[in-house]
Ligand binder design. Structure first.
Ligand code: ACM
Ligand code: ZN
Length: 482
């Protein structure tokens, strides 16, 4: 039995014969293999890794590394044939709520490579911090990359990635066959951008980088032409740093409180014959989507962005919000032939405690049948409102990300996965990863875990914004007689 994660598609072992270390390994590129596929043949005399591409060979090496760990001296003869189920296998790290150094990120990239994950979704902008350098708009980092404290804790948080840092990380990923998708979230989650450049907001008033969490009512103005100009120029600069064909534009949790009172936004609704603020978001984002499409990129949007049905352009939907309405938006887009990335909140969100999202739940996550044909793959996101250190980030991430990796490559069953995980932990140990061991807690421990988490989360959430969310919903209902 070979304990490999993700488990390969076809493993034909011949336990009657072995190959002895030191192993003689030959690598062969063969046109008979497509994309990410590879094979490994272990005979008594040699080991042959074969693939059609360098990427395939890289994956063969990653599998072989696990085999060697298990059989350092005498490896049973075996023929492995392997290829992934999905072309998109992702991990998202929120570096905006808390900042992680390039070295800390690279360590996670190494583990992603071991797991044959191929997309690193880098969440770089938030209400609580802007983390990417811009030459055209320097205030984004001068002001936007610093917050004085979080929920009154008195501890400043700051940091950003220079263009040199970004190029270095993109190159580091490329060497490991991982593409980097930047996320510039808009029109919501843009508080740090508006603190740096108040002209982006509806009122133009000075504001500070957000010091509390929760859904902020401050969204960028979708009625002023200056907002579009800002993003066209900024995105041109950002796109130059990221060769990946995907570009994440967020679109999530955009509370339209400011838009209701803004003459420019209301004027934009009228002039463009839009039905409401949701259609204004679609109109706003469509212009940005089209702009990045013209630059050869496909956008990615979170599914709750899609309430206005008038979205156009080339984009992929990332499914996270699982309630009926938000599911319907994603299903509607899937029916139009758009691709879907599966990242459901209750299964794949790594920031929630193991008591709420145990490993077995992550492993059993099943995409909606409506997405079957258009499923590009899966991604496990780690949001970092309550993740202050890389050790905590690793605890939240592993082993749930490992489960997600196997699901996107070749889903098996949770029992065999848990068994194989023990072996994989020895490899994580060599990288000094702070993975969780209590990943399927007992009922009582799990409940305590969840209560503690939500008590902390509630304590750090903005009460003012919570109240405003309720008021805004009421105003929208009254305005449109819903
Ligand atoms: C999200 O979790 N706000 C996409
Ligand atoms: Zn406005």
């Amino acid at each position: 039995m070979f304990n490999i994660i993700p488990y390969p598609k076809e493993v034909k072992a011949d336990n009657s014969r072995t190959c002895s270390a030191p192993y003689i390994v030959n690598k062969v590129i063969s046109p008979r293999y497509e994309n990410e596929a590879y094979s490994i043949r272990v005979t008594p005399d040699e080991i042959v890794l074969k693939a059609g591409t360098e990427k395939g060979l890289f994956y063969a090496e990653k599998t072989f590394l696990q085999m060697k760990k298990q059989y350092p001296d005498n490896m049973p003869c075996v023929h492995i044939k392997d290829a992934p189920d999905y072309p998109y296998r992702g991990y998202m790290l929120d570096c905006a709520r808390h900042f992680f150094t390039p070295a800390e990120i690279k360590k996670q990239i190494d583990i992603m490579a071991l797991l044959k994950l191929n997309y690193f979704h880098w969440h770089l902008t938030e209400d609580q911090g802007w983390r990417i350098e811009s030459d055209i708009y320097p205030n984004l980092t001068v002001k936007g990359s610093k917050r004085k404290q979080t929920a009154g804790d008195g501890k400043p948080v700051e940091g950003y990635y220079t263009k040199a840092d970004i190029k270095d990380i993109v190159a580091y990923c490329a060497e490991r066959h991982i593409e980097v998708i930047p996320e510039i979230d808009l029109p919501g989650h843009s508080g740090a951008a508006m603190a740096a450049y108040p002209f982006l907001s509806c009122t133009g008033k000075e504001m500070e980088v957000e010091e509390y969490y929760g859904v902020s009512p401050h969204v960028v103005c979708a009625g002023k032409e200056t907002t579009y100009e800002f993003y066209f120029r900024l995105l041109t600069e950002v796109m130059e740093l990221f060769p990946c064909k995907y570009f994440h534009l967020g679109g999530d949790e955009a509370m339209k409180a400011n838009w209701l009172d803004c003459p420019d936004c209301q004027n934009a609704i009228k002039e463009n014959n839009l039905k409401d603020e949701e259609e204004l978001q679609a109109h706003f984002m469509t212009r940005i989507i089209r702009f990045i499409n013209e630059n050869g990129k496909t956008a990615i949007l979170w599914n709750d962005a899609l309430a206005g049905g008038n979205f156009e352009g080339d984009f992929v939907v990332q499914y996270w919000q699982q309630n009926r309405k938000n599911s319907e938006y994603a299903i509607r887009e899937a029916q139009k032939g758009r691709k879907i990335i599966w990242s459901p909140f209750f299964d794949l969100y790594l920031d929630y405690p193991y008591g709420m999202t145990p490993l077995k739940k992550t492993y059993k996550s099943t995409p909606l049948p409506e997405f079957r044909d258009g499923l590009l793959g899966m991604e496990a996101p780690l949001w970092t409102e309550h993740v202050e250190t890389i050790e905590k980030a690793e605890y939240q991430t592993y082993p749930r990300l490992i489960a997600c990796a196997e699901k996107t490559w070749n889903e098996r069953d949770i029992r065999s996965f848990t068994f194989r995980l023990n072996q994989f932990e020895r490899i994580l140990d060599t990288y000094a990863v702070h993975y969780a061991k209590d990943y399927n807690p007992s009922f009582v421990k799990g409940k305590i875990n969840v209560v503690k988490f939500f008590r902390t989360a509630f304590g750090r959430a903005s009460k003012e914004y919570m109240k405003l969310a309720g008021k805004t919903r009421k105003r929208i209902k009254e305005k449109y007689k819903l």
